[in-house]
Design a protein around this ligand. Structure first.
Ligand code: SF4
Ligand code: SF4
Ligand code: SF4
Length: 255
């Protein structure tokens, strides 16, 4: 019998929700996972093999200290395919909020004793090492995770949805709350994959999945402004889950 491909699942700075969801809430992904030899997954198994070569590495979380930079480079050297697992790894997500303030100020707010603290700005994984695939989501959804695991197994490029949440929203036949109720919905610039969960339940999308490719951020910011949002509110909408993503830089660049 052919040897199974080796998979390592690694955690940097994150809430661990992507790993948690992978373990406890879905079925198809667990089936896909059984096709792999999981050599490293601290949340999922007791015995983990350090520093061994893997076919596929999944990284959850972003970098917030210099040790993690070394760790990430080691993982990259030891892996054939490396993919980010969720928004924290892909674009620093919520952790990127701290990048708006001096690091010292953040440390003083978070810790009483700073003598052992040496944090750095929140950096997404692809700013440190080459990444083969970026899996968005907070957490990554079942469909895209299964698609990635199955594709990596057979050496096929995974299909990652290129469109916005609006497309999924329209496919569900929802009334557009941005147009009809002037609610500040981030759907037009947010990567699809959640099935338009929030608008389907009557509330605006708040961009937890991060930017879709080629989003027209200025057009949406203009619409928000027309609907009464202040510049600061618009800035927070575009940075809360996406840090200082280049896709939104025409709206978020304050230089
Ligand atoms: S992407 Fe979301 S769910 Fe996944 S680790 Fe980050 S904060 Fe948690
Ligand atoms: S409600 Fe939001 S996600 Fe749905 S179509 Fe309108 S803007 Fe797009
Ligand atoms: S915030 Fe937007 S991207 Fe996140 S689950 Fe809700 S609709 Fe989907």
């Amino acid at each position: 019998m052919a040897e199974k491909k080796k998979l390592g699942i690694f955690k940097l700075t994150s809430c661990a929700g992507c790993q948690m969801r992978l373990l406890y809430y879905q079925h198809r992904e667990l089936e896909a996972l059984t096709a792999y030899d999981i050599t490293y997954f601290k949340m999922g198994k007791r015995d983990n093999l350090e520093n061994i070569k893997v076919d596929v590495a999944l990284i959850e979380g972003c970098v917030t200290n210099s040790e993690q930079i070394d760790e990430l480079k080691r993982i990259r050297e030891n892996s054939t395919i490396l993919a980010t697992l969720g928004g924290c790894a892909t674009r620093s997500s919520l952790w990127g909020l701290k990048n708006n303030k001096p690091e010292k100020e953040i440390e003083e707010k978070a810790y009483k004793d700073l003598s052992t603290i040496h944090s750095i700005k929140a950096i997404p994984v692809n700013d440190v090492v080459k990444v083969d695939y970026l899996l968005p989501g907070c957490p990554v959804g079942e469909d895209e995770m299964t698609e990635f695991l199955q594709s990596a197994l057979v050496g096929r490029r995974p299909f990652i949805k290129p469109h916005s949440v609006c497309v999924e929203c329209k496919m569900k036949g929802n009334l557009c709350i941005l147009v009809a109720k002037k609610e500040p919905c981030m759907g037009p610039v947010t990567a699809a994959g959640c099935g338009a969960l929030c608008p389907t339940n009557g509330r605006p999308c708040y961009n937890c999945r991060g930017p879709m490719i080629a989003a027209n951020a200025p057009a949406l910011a203009k619409e928000f402004k027309k609907n009464g949002l202040s510049d600061e509110e618009i800035y927070l909408k575009f940075t809360a889950f996406s840090g200082l993503s280049k896709v939104y830089e025409e709206v978020t660049d304050r230089a």
